[in-house]
Design a protein. Sequence first.
Lengths: 249, 257
Amino acid sequence: MNDKPLRLEDVSLSFGAVDVFRHLSLEVTDGEFVAVVGPSGCGKTTLLNLFSKFLKPETGRVECAGRVRMVYQHDSLFPWLTVAENISLGLRDLGNDSERARQLEEITHLIGLEEFANHYPHQLSGGMRQRVELARALVGDTDILLLDEPFSSLDYLTRLRMRNELARMLDQLPRTVVLVTHDIEESAQLADRIIVLSERPARICCEFHLNIARPREPTHPRVVETVHKILAEMGLERKGSAALSSLVS
Amino acid sequence: MTEEKISSRARILPFVVVLVALLIWAALARFRLFPESVFPSPAAVARGFVEELRNGRLVDDVVASLFRVTTGFALAVFTGIPAGLWLGHHARARTAFLPVVNFFRSLSPLAWIPFAILWFGIGDLPTVFLIFMASFFPVVLATVAAVASIPSVYFRVARDYGFSNNEVLTKVTLPAIAPQVITSLRVTAGLAWLVVVAAEMIAGRAGLGFAIWDARNGLRMDLLVCGMIVIGVIGVVIDRVLLQLTRISSIRWGYER
């Protein structure tokens, strides 16, 4: 197995006159959880589209070794399929019927929606739908999970709950993950490494590493400290106030 | 939940309305607001109905009209939906063809009656042609609009999960457009039913439209009203039948969001 399954090498990309990336390089280690934050419109989603091969770079190389699944910003469950049928899309490649049924049962149990297996997406709450999306992307033989602001449409409390869910699911089904988010707290609560992108053309401003176990409390001192550092890096908070607040806590 | 309760009790309301309308009609006939020869009473219409049933004409006319509507409508659906799918997926073709489709959609199908008779004579064929002309263009336009409104993320998901082109059509596009297309089929079937009556008045030798025309020529206003009632009732039944399609569980989502 490649120990760097995701790699961007000197990638440049523009949409017409808009330069999105200029000579961007990035590597993701096998099993690593990387979060990408940055100002709105800086090319976070485009980064995922490069990894998923939906877009091709103008120059440079994109390597993606392994099977990729993506979870999108907006409802992407098929509304004409039930929860079980939607999740089964992720199991299409399994030849064995009984194995497919077993995995389906396992994952619906993991997301706690056994009773809703025969419900349609419009009959579920936003949080439940998002859990089904995650389940669909996690089942079967996949290696890499690309998450494009998967919880952005949920309310704050549901979002907190979903972060724990995701941590729990990844504990059971480990994957290499790239999470794009505008939610800095979310990135600090979930990721092993947080990459802060600059305005367009995006370059990597800085990286933060958090080697603490998941799930993490949003009030964990390291999480809070990292949030402050990221905010300061993005110019949204005065530098030094992070030290001050960690002193207070 | 309250809606459910209301709907179960409200089920008798339409019958109450019909009953009141019948009473008003009977009262108007009784007070001779118009002479009986131009304003038949409910009783006269009922007698006419029995007469038409006994001599078998009514059944023949219903069968003739339904056959024409079904044939013309089915032809329009089975050619219009594929045409709409094709146009929906090809922007250039859409730019080229949509103005023409809109032109024919705006043209009353009855304007084709002279040509229908000249080309196909009298009988089933001209009527089927007119129903086809009435239904085809709205079905095409509704399908194009439905395809255009499919969220693009569905196609990305299909690609992510390795759908073949055929599967994208049968497992994404068709189910995604089904609710909108079914709604348009209901509207179009109503239109087709309007057209069959008008077409048969001129280009028919049988059918409910012809029966109405024949009753008018024979000054049998009771039979005319009888024909009107049958046409209206069948129109409602056709709509109710198509409404059942919206109850299919994999299609309901389109009406509940």
